[in-house]
Design a binder for this molecule. Structure first.
Ligand code: ZN
Length: 245
């Protein structure tokens, strides 16, 4: 019997050029989550399904997150075909991916979003994944750069579109903005966003709308930030004492 691989190719029709293409998917039974960071960056025992979330048509260059790949509008179709005409080198993107290949694929998705002026929430999601990929590689400067992009896009989508499109609820969005602010070293702003969530949870009509895991994560995060601030204050005091003694 041939060995079953953790990934397999699936044939789909590209919604932009209408050609048959192959995308690679991961078999769920091989996906074993070990842990998640506070911003939901996941770590897996072996195969990482995040690597396969960026789908690309090797024929025309259209690319999107797998969950919205088929949502290309006729306007997107026109824009992508026009703007990539003569610029795209046909190539294959199916098969096993390592972190480098995943980075390349997500950057093509990001480029596509720029071409077709994607929504803030799409930009935010793709930039967050790029930050995670750099985190896996231990490249802090690049991770920080994409965390900042993601943070800015989440804030824009929170004030603009998020609440309407309903894909990510208001409170998960609030939590992510708070967590990204913390990661970017802005604890005061993080506490403001997380504090708003806690305030909302005190209202009976709102509490039911907050996913329990988000509320729990928020409480943990506020605790961690306060502890870090206390420690910083204490070490600052020690330093002051040494200076004056
Ligand atoms: Zn295509």
């Amino acid at each position: 019997m041939p060995e079953i691989k953790p990934y397999y190719n699936s044939t789909i029709i590209c919604p932009v050029c209408n050609k048959q293409i192959q995308v690679t998917k991961v078999r769920s039974k091989f996906v074993k989550l070990i842990k998640q960071d506070e911003d939901f960056c996941p770590y897996y025992e072996s195969i990482n399904p995040i690597f396969y979330e960026a789908w690309i048509c090797g024929n025309c260059g259209y690319a999107a997150h797998s969950t919205v790949f088929n949502n290309a509008t006729t306007n997107d179709q026109r824009v992508i075909l026009n703007k990539l005409k003569g610029k795209w080198t046909k190539r294959e993107f199916s098969g096993e991916r390592d972190v480098e290949k995943a980075l390349e694929a997500f950057k093509i998705v990001l480029y596509n979003l720029q071409l077709r002026s994607g929504s803030f929430s799409e930009f935010a999601k793709i930039c967050l994944r790029l930050a995670w990929l750099y985190r896996y590689k231990g490249e802090w400067v690049n991770e920080h750069k994409f965390l900042k992009f993601s943070y800015d896009y989440y804030k824009k989508s929170y004030t603009g579109e998020y609440l309407k499109d309903g894909k990510l609820d208001e409170y998960t969005c609030m939590y992510i903005i708070g967590e990204l602010a913390r990661r970017l070293g802005n604890n005061e702003e993080a506490l403001q966003w997380l504090g708003r969530l806690i305030t909302a949870s005190a209202r009976a009509d709102e509490k039911g709308r907050i996913p329990p895991v988000i509320l729990e994560n928020t409480q943990n995060l506020i605790y961690d930030i306060r502890e870090a601030q206390k420690k910083k204050k204490m070490s600052g005091t020690e330093y002051d004492n040494k200076k004056t003694s």
